[in-house]
Design a protein around this ligand. Structure first.
Ligand code: GAL
Length: 480
């Protein structure tokens, strides 16, 4: 660039000389330094100079765009490579111990999920690798930044990240990502013999990061209530799936979460607010939106600033979608029932090229099950189910969402069509040891179950989540 600019300057100098001589010869008029004609020559040369610089920078910019496009393409291809997993199901316990079989009689078929949930399984370390293989900024070289789905993930202090059922907010002003999730760093127990395994509420953790890989602990930004047993956040209750969005008009960070009692009968949503992404958040209230039971939920902020609450309702048999009020502190009156009778939960939404997509799980508590992708033209529109998005691993991985459950989908600026699918690999035997399964999600290609056709062309693009034992974002994407 500097070279071409000096050529331009050189050319314009020569041009000025030539013009001066030409003028002297043709008109006999002698241009002295500072005369009008030399000023106009200088001005024209300057204009030429600026134009040349502009054209050169345009060429460079196009080169840059092409380079990004081609490295994007290369990167997406890499992410879409199929990685196979192989493991052998150990013999069921009854087979290993014939006396147990005689004692208990014939057992139902032994499944991989039984093995996954069995703390003493030979496959335990395969699903829940131990401390030795923990990953994170204190373990790996900083230039590596690989995600290892299922491995212990350490924060910048070298401690396991506690942000389960979480979601991510990107703060544009500070260009920082904030990860909010359930802090489950307490003992797992059963409040009732037949109830789900639980950990008392500790609060909502917050971590910050510039690159989505090295996470700094910002502490518990919404803590449990210890004394007042009637408070929603009393430690004996349930606080799950916290999500935070920023309200551009009020300047508030607004948190929505699932609030429940230990038996999951309260089935409500809770709202908290802060003027800083790292809290402290002030808890406002809980309610049953539209007088309906609400369990697994998420919130979604659209490009136009409109935000929505999406929650499982009617005993998890359907989902409800409702706009939030302008301040995001309540739901509006409008509500639409979607995926009726499909029994879906753990909703995670994203938008790509004007279409809305959602990933959900089935309703089997802490046990993993098959994910489904859904698509709609409007958030409040008709949602259609377009198939299981999980690709790679093996059949069992695909039928169990890689032994995990959806919680959030992170858009990646500069990588159109690529998202991070965030899921929880729950460990009901020790919930604090639940793992994170983050995988690349892409949109493109033809769906498996195209429900709607336009002149023979399916309306929806395919959503795919690719299994990888180890993967990373491209080097050039964002550096801390
Ligand atoms: C799941 C739900 C989790 C948690 C769990 C308790 O269905 O997605 O967030 O509520 O049940 O068993």
């Amino acid at each position: 660039m500097a070279f071409s600019v000096s050529i331009v300057l050189e050319v314009s100098k020569r041009e000025r000389m030539r013009m001066r001589i030409k003028h002297r010869k043709s008109s006999g008029f002698h241009c002295n330094a500072g005369s009008r004609c030399s000023v106009s020559v200088v001005l024209w040369s300057l204009v030429g100079c600026i134009l040349t610089i502009y054209f050169i920078s345009q060429i460079n910019q196009n080169d840059e765009e092409n380079r990004v496009k081609s490295s994007n393409h290369h990167f997406t291809q890499e992410l879409e490579e199929i990685e196979e997993e192989e493991f052998h199901l150990p013999a069921p316990r009854s087979k290993r111990n014939p006396r147990a079989l005689r004692r208990k009689g014939p057992r139902k078929q032994h499944t991989v999920i039984d093995e996954f949930l069995d703390e003493s399984s030979e496959l335990r370390l395969y699903f829940f690798p131990d401390q030795k293989s923990a990953t994170g900024p204190t373990r790996e070289m900083n230039d590596s930044k690989h995600f290892y789905p299922g491995k212990l993930w350490l924060d910048t202090d070298g401690k396991p990240i506690q942000a389960h059922g979480g979601g991510i907010l990107f703060d544009e002003r500070t260009e920082t990502y904030y990860w909010y999730g359930e802090n489950k760093d307490g003992p797992t127990y059963h409040a009732h013999p037949r109830g789900a395994a639980r950990v008392d509420i500790i609060g909502v953790s917050c971590y910050s990061s510039k690159d989505l890989w090295a996470w700094k602990n910002e502490g518990v930004v919404l803590p449990a209530e210890q004394a007042n047993a009637t408070h929603d956040l009393h430690h004996s209750n349930v606080l799950e799936r916290p999500k935070v969005i920023y309200n551009d008009n009020t300047g508030n960070f607004v948190m929505w979460m699932h609030i429940d009692d230990a038996n999951y009968t309260k089935a409500s949503v809770g709202v908290a607010v802060s003027n800083s992404p790292v809290g402290p958040f002030k808890y406002l209230y809980s309610k049953r939106p539209h007088n309906c039971d609400s369990r697994d939920m998420t919130i979604f902020k659209d490009d136009d600033g409109k935000a929505y609450l999406i929650y499982s309702s009617e005993e998890n048999s359907e989902l409800h979608v409702s706009p939030l009020t302008d301040d995001y502190l309540d739901v509006a009156d409008q509500m639409r029932k979607i995926l009726i009778g499909q029994h879906r939960e753990a909703p995670a939404l994203f938008k790509h090229k004007g279409t809305y997509y959602m990933i959900t799980s089935g309703c089997t508590g802490w046990s993993p099950n098959r994910a489904m992708a859904h698509a709609a033209e409007e958030v409040m529109g008709l949602w259609e189910t377009i198939g299981n998005p999980c690709v790679g691993g093996n059949k069992i991985f695909q039928m169990t969402t890689f032994f995990a459950q959806s919680t959030f989908i992170v858009p990646l600026s500069g990588l159109p069509g690529v998202f991070i699918f965030m899921a929880d690999r729950w460990n009901p035997a020790d919930l604090r040891d639940s793992r994170y399964v983050w995988l690349p999600l892409t949109v493109g290609g033809v769906v498996d179950e195209p429900l709607e056709y336009n002149f023979g062309f399916p309306v929806w693009s395919k959503v795919s989540i690719f299994w990888h034992r180890r993967w990373r974002l491209p080097n050039w994407w964002r550096t801390a």
